[in-house]
Design a protein around this ligand. Structure first.
Ligand SMILES: Cc1cc2nc3c(=O)[nH]c(=O)nc-3n(C[C@H](O)[C@H](O)[C@H](O)COP(=O)(O)O)c2cc1C
Length: 199
């Protein structure tokens, strides 16, 4: 088993989503002796946003790119190759202002590439990142699980599924802003979610 853990918190230290993602990865390793782990921390190595220059680079034919454009495309290609090379993806995901952090958005923008990670067929779109298991470790100050105010889970199901990653399990640490007791409860719930996800 090859595990890729991606931390998407803005924080390099003390992030709850990273703490939970670490727990998920450790649990997977315990269950699968010999599993290898690759860590990508997007706070340590931020991926550039999808701006006009990045789009221009992508839509310029490979042979005609400037060195800067080729370097920009290579950054995205490296993230795609990394995902393709692993069996299990563990995403640590905080809620910021009801949504995903820019770090996660930039990773998604990098790996969503027409003709590479998805394509359109006569039957509709087809995701090309197949055969992966994805665990999403969510950290939130408040409580949103299974409510209409949870924009993260439906979005992640849609976009990961569009790319072919349909086996996605969510582990919730919620209520982290509700005092020390809230933090304890949040991680207790998350541990229960993890056991259910692995059962
Ligand atoms: C900029 C910012 C925005 C936040 N927005 C929300 C929010 O909309 N809803 C919520 O429940 N918690 C919110 N929180 C609380 C975080 O979800 C919580 O602190 C969580 O631990 C963040 O994950 P991290 O520790 O992995 O960075 C926010 C925190 C920050 C720093």
């Amino acid at each position: 088993m090859k595990i890729l853990q991606i931390n998407t918190s803005a924080r390099r230290e003390g992030a709850n989503s990273t703490r939970l993602a670490n727990t998920v990865t450790a649990r997977l390793q315990a269950d699968n002796p010999g599993a290898t782990v690759t860590l990508r921390d997007l706070a340590v190595t931020p991926h550039p946003v999808l701006d006009e220059a990045a789009l221009g680079a992508r839509f310029t034919p490979a042979g005609q790119r400037t060195p800067e454009q080729a370097a920009r495309v290579a950054l995205d290609d490296a993230l795609i190759a990394e995902v393709q090379a692993h069996d299990v993806i563990v995403l640590g995901v905080p809620m910021y202002n009801f949504g995903n952090p820019i770090q996660l958005k930039s990773w998604i923008d990098a790996i969503a590439q027409a003709g590479v990670t998805f394509r359109y067929t006569a039957n509709g779109p087809e995701g090309l990142i197949q055969g992966k298991k994805v665990y999403v470790a969510l950290a939130r100050g408040g409580m949103y699980r299974d409510t209409e105010r949870d924009a993260q889970v439906p979005h992640l199901k849609t976009v990961l599924g569009f790319l072919g990653m349909t086996d996605v399990r969510f582990i919730y640490a919620e209520g982290l802003a509700m005092g020390a007791e809230g933090v304890e409860k949040a991680f207790a719930q998350a541990h229960a979610d993890l056991e259910a996800a692995l059962a």
